[in-house]
Design a protein around this ligand. Sequence first.
Ligand SMILES: C[S@@+](CC[C@H](N)C(=O)[O-])C[C@H]1O[C@@H](n2cnc3c(N)ncnc32)[C@H](O)[C@@H]1O
Length: 271
Amino acid sequence: MTDDSSAPGPELSAKFDTSVPHSARIFTYWLGGKDNFPVDRAAGDKFRETFPDIVNLAGIGRQFLKRVIRYLAGEAGVRQFLDIGTGLPTADNTHEVAQRVAPESRVVYVDNDPLVLVHARALLVSTPEGATDYIDADVHDPEKIIAAAAETLNFTRPVAVTLMGILAHVGDYDEARSIVNRLMDAVPSGSYLAVRDGTDTDPAYVEAIRGYNASGAVPYNLRSPDQIAGYFEGLELVEPGVVSCPLWRPDADSSGAPRDAAVLSGVGRKP
Ligand SMILES: C[S@@+](CC[C@H](N)C(=O)[O-])C[C@H]1O[C@@H](n2cnc3c(N)ncnc32)[C@H](O)[C@@H]1O
């Protein structure tokens, strides 16, 4: 996977706290990316020992993101996207998928990881017809995110808000619900919410997360399937509802098995 010669150099490493693992960097390690530090790789390997399926799930999660964006830009006709908890740039980032369907798509990325910020320029290469922007902000402050995103997105027209693998980083479930509600209050009817997050249904996953949370990283809080479904309250769920990632509108590129219910996903439309 990652080879040390292509990992971030000492100059870059000096800008970050490389003594604790970080979710975006571990995630990119599992996906085969290079932007991670020894502490991330050690945490990623430890996690994988307890729950080997995680590497599979990371890939399945990205496939879900691709299918959702294709659906939203295609069938649903959405032209504006707010991708919160973007992660490190990889193949098929949100704007690339959306602009392949509709070149005029406008995409705003949000993350609070300094390493994602360093690589953000890879996310800012838009089609001439569309636009992309990157906001360095914390999901705990949705009002700041909306205000900054309004420079690129028109909040009187439908916006798809995507929260993939980030709501579990909000410690308190009620606060996570409040964040979702405040974001969806800011967008008009015909807007969408897409969520992907881990559940507490698989004992090996729960155990691996317990080890990860003890590592000093920002904790990832697994939630029950009902709690994840709760994010969509007040929205019209798009078929097939809140399901394990591989079961959400699978296509020819999809992999994964229904037992991967350790990660649930869904899309809802604001009436
Ligand atoms: C598991 S990664 C998911 C990346 C991407 N959304 C995907 O699906 O592949 C979670 C991302 O959320 C970001 N994140 C975590 N806590 C955050 C916060 N409080 N505010 C903004 N971003 C946050 C991390 O930096 C990381 O990039």
